[in-house]
Design a binder for this molecule. Structure first.
Ligand SMILES: Nc1ncnc2c1ncn2[C@@H]1O[C@H](COP(=O)(O)OP(=O)(O)OP(=O)(O)O)[C@@H](O)[C@H]1O
Length: 266
């Protein structure tokens, strides 16, 4: 059993509604240091909503969320300084240069301006972005922007990371570097929530997989445990089975026949 001080996050009976719509239905999760959690589920399952609650962006939930031993409903935002976040997109910052965005982010986390700038420069160099540090993000390719978001999430050396589709747009070489960075961070005791729809990657990267369906955790374990439970070989197969999706072929057939103008729609 893990020591109590290895516990990073504890969610008890988390429930959330948007109006009359039930989004989260009693989520329970205990997360310890060094875990890389593949947080997966169909579109609309409630993954981003859970993450937004943990980031303190949504507060009208029921249940208990404790991060670094602090109940986040206490209103003390200090726990956020130990969190890093890669959002699915950050277009709002397109008018800033990469360096402006990174300095702004570092300062939000309470870092010294010069120290942030120096660290950002070194990190950008690692990702071959040094020469474009003073160009606006709007001129960056998708993968370049993604690298800046990843740097921003790590500048302050956080203990808990929430990464939402972090590798989207990255080339194969950059993906390998990021996967290795994740593994090394986890080995040093950092905890990572990794949301993605790319099952092969989640399977490779995570040492624990949590599958959310309609606001409920329907599977939680290592990839091997999930394989045993479902008798499926791949995470895509497990996902299809546990989300009850067996219609991909007939859906595709219907779609293609509409595209080709079948008689019913002609
Ligand atoms: N601001 C909002 N107002 C009303 N409903 C919302 C709001 N944000 C999300 N929802 C609804 O909550 C549900 C869960 O959304 P959420 O974004 O958490 O899903 P997700 O699992 O992250 O999906 P995806 O994989 O598509 O990113 C969806 O039905 C969505 O329509």
């Amino acid at each position: 059993m893990k020591a109590e001080n290895d516990k990073i996050l504890s969610i008890k009976n988390l429930t959330m509604n948007y109006g009359s719509k039930n989004i989260l239905n009693g989520i329970n999760l205990e997360v310890t240091k060094g875990q890389i959690i593949g947080y997966i589920g169909p579109n609309g399952a409630g993954k981003s909503t859970t993450v937004k609650i943990m980031l303190g962006l949504i507060d009208d939930y029921q249940g208990e969320v404790v991060i670094f031993g602090q109940d986040i409903s206490s209103g003390d935002p200090f726990y956020k300084r130990r969190i890093g976040y890669v959002p699915e997109n950050a277009e709002a910052y397109d008018n800033l240069t990469a360096m402006e965005y990174l300095v702004f982010t570092g300062e939000l986390y309470g870092m010294d301006r010069d120290a942030t700038q120096a660290k950002a420069e070194r990190l950008m160099q690692q990702f071959d972005l040094r020469d474009v540090g003073h160009s606006r993000l709007s001129s960056f390719s998708k993968g370049m922007k993604q690298k800046v978001l990843i740097i921003a999430s790590l500048l302050h050396d956080p203990d808990l990371l929430f990464w939402d589709e972090p590798l989207s747009g990255l080339d194969a070489n950059s993906m390998m570097v990021i996967q290795e960075i994740l593994a090394q961070l986890a080995a040093q005791g950092k905890t990572i929530f990794y949301s993605s729809h790319i099952m092969d990657l989640v399977e490779k990267i995570s040492n624990r997989i949590v599958l959310l369906v309609k606001g409920e955790v329907v599977a939680d374990g290592t990839f091997e445990e999930l394989q045993e439970m479902s008798q499926e070989g791949s995470l895509s197969g497990i996902f299809n089975q546990l989300t009850g999706f067996t219609e991909h072929r007939s859906k595709a057939q219907d779609f293609v026949s509409i595209v080709q103008g079948d008689k019913e729609y002609a």
